[in-house]
Structures are given as structure tokens and as C-alpha cells.
Design a protein around this ligand. Structure first.
Ligand SMILES: [Zn+2]
Length: 116
């Protein structure tokens, strides 16, 4: 099962690499990669996830068929083919927030234990 996912992940990466090189068939490659991901329940790595349009499977070439903007702590990718906008939060800051929340939570529970 784990091996299957490893193979699937490799295929996904290869297909997306091909999509990057071969703009003519990029949509097809992205489509195939996403199919593998769905079928095998293998998540597409976060770095690659933002390289294509979720709606029309266009492989993004920044400055050509997609527009990248930062707004309200998010990076937005606008597909210029179907005008679909995908927003991704800044992962680093998200992680920091999560870590500080976890710290606050553990501090709270420690406090409870002391009370009891
Ligand atoms: Zn699109």
C-alpha cells in the first residue's frame, strides 16, 4: 500500500515535470497526474499543487497564463484561461500560528493540572 503511494507520487511528479516542459500537452499531463492522485488517494505535494489550475487543469507559466498576487496574508493565483482564483495561505506563518496555539493550549492544560 505504501509502495503503491510511492509509485503514484513518482508518477505525479514525472507527469507534472512533463507538463512544465511540454506546454502543448500540459493540460493532459496535469489531468493524468490529478487522476492518479484521486485514484490512489495520494496528495499532490504542496509545492506542485499550486502549479496548475484546479478548475481547468492548465499548468501555470507565471506571467503567461497566470497572475500571482499577495493579498491579506494569502498568495492568490489567477488562472488567465478560466479566471479561476486559487488562494494559498503563507505556510510559514500558518505553522508559526499553529505552534503558538499549541503552546497556549498546553500551558492551559498544565494550569488545570496544577489546580486539581
Ligand atoms: Zn483555469
Amino acid at each position: 500500500m505504501i509502495d503503491q503511494k510511492k509509485i503514484a507520487l513518482r508518477h505525479i511528479k514525472e507527469l507534472l515535470e512533463e507538463a512544465e516542459k511540454n506546454t502543448e500537452f500540459a493540460k493532459r499531463y496535469v489531468h493524468l497526474a490529478r487522476n492518479i492522485s484521486k485514484r490512489t488517494k495520494t496528495p499532490i505535494p504542496s509545492g506542485l499543487k499550486r502549479r496548475f489550475c484546479k478548475k481547468c487543469s492548465t499548468f501555470f507559466i507565471i506571467g503567461e497564463n497566470c497572475r500571482v498576487r499577495t493579498t491579506n496574508g494569502k498568495v492568490s493565483y489567477t488562472c488567465l484561461e478560466c479566471k479561476n482564483v486559487q488562494r494559498f495561505p503563507y505556510i510559514k506563518e500558518q505553522k508559526q500560528k499553529r505552534a503558538s496555539l499549541a503552546r497556549a493550549y498546553s500551558a492551559k492544560s498544565e494550569h488545570k493540572q496544577i489546580k486539581q
